[in-house]
Design a protein around this ligand. Structure first.
Ligand code: FES
Length: 70
């Protein structure tokens, strides 16, 4: 499924980036190119990093999500 339509980045690419150690939205944007144009995909990207990161680690990921949600 395409998550970022501007850069044509899929959820599988996001999962692969997280599997390769990406643990932040900024890192994901740098490594995949997603989220760097219109920004409409940013919340979906954050959610996917959280989901995939949580599946790989017991450590919390994307602490900025907590800040943004508060
Ligand atoms: S949809 Fe991702 S930057 Fe536009």
């Amino acid at each position: 499924m395409i998550v970022c339509h501007c850069r044509v980045v899929t959820d599988r690419q996001v999962a692969a980036a997280v599997g390769n150690g990406v643990r932040s939205l900024a890192g994901l944007c740098r490594s995949t190119g997603a989220g760097q144009d219109c920004g409409a995909c940013v919340f979906s990207l954050k959610r996917l990093v959280c989901e995939h990161g949580a599946a790989l680690s017991s450590q919390p990921v994307l602490s900025e999500v907590d800040v943004a949600a508060s």
